[in-house]
Design a protein around this ligand. Structure first.
Ligand SMILES: [Zn+2]
Length: 112
C-alpha cells in the first residue's frame, strides 16, 4: 500500500508520478516557488526530464528535491511512524530550495 495516499498499491511510478498526495505536494511546491509546472508525460517526471531538454535547471532541481522529500516522508511513515502534513512537506521543499541560494530572494512564501 502507498503510505502517502493510502489508497493505492505502491510502486515507484505511483509514488513519484501518479499518487494524488505526491502530485499535490509537487504542484504546491512549484506554485510557491513560482515555477510553471511542466506537462507531465505518461512516463512521469524523471523520464520527461531526460527527454525534454527545454526544462530548466531550476525546474529540474525542484522536481528532484520534491521527489527526495516525498521519498523521505514515505520512509519516515513506514519506519519511524511519523507523519508530516502536506503543507509541512511543501514548506520543507521551499526551505531546501531557498538554502540552495540560486533562486531569487523574492520567493513568495504566501502559499497557503
Ligand atoms: Zn499514493
Amino acid at each position: 500500500m502507498c503510505y502517502m495516499c493510502r489508497a493505492s498499491d505502491e510502486d515507484a511510478k505511483h509514488l513519484f508520478n501518479d499518487c494524488t498526495q505526491s502530485k499535490t505536494i509537487t504542484s504546491k511546491a512549484l506554485l510557491a516557488l513560482q515555477i510553471s509546472e511542466p506537462t507531465q508525460s505518461s512516463q512521469g517526471y524523471i523520464e520527461m526530464m531526460v527527454v525534454d531538454k527545454t526544462i530548466t535547471t531550476t525546474t529540474r532541481e525542484t522536481i528532484v528535491t520534491t521527489n527526495f522529500i516525498i521519498w523521505k516522508e514515505r520512509c519516515n511513515r513506514i519506519f519511524r511512524d511519523t507523519t508530516k502534513t502536506t503543507q509541512q512537506l511543501v514548506d520543507e521543499i521551499i526551505e531546501m530550495r531557498r538554502r540552495d541560494g540560486r533562486l531569487q530572494t523574492s520567493i513568495n512564501m504566501d502559499h497557503g
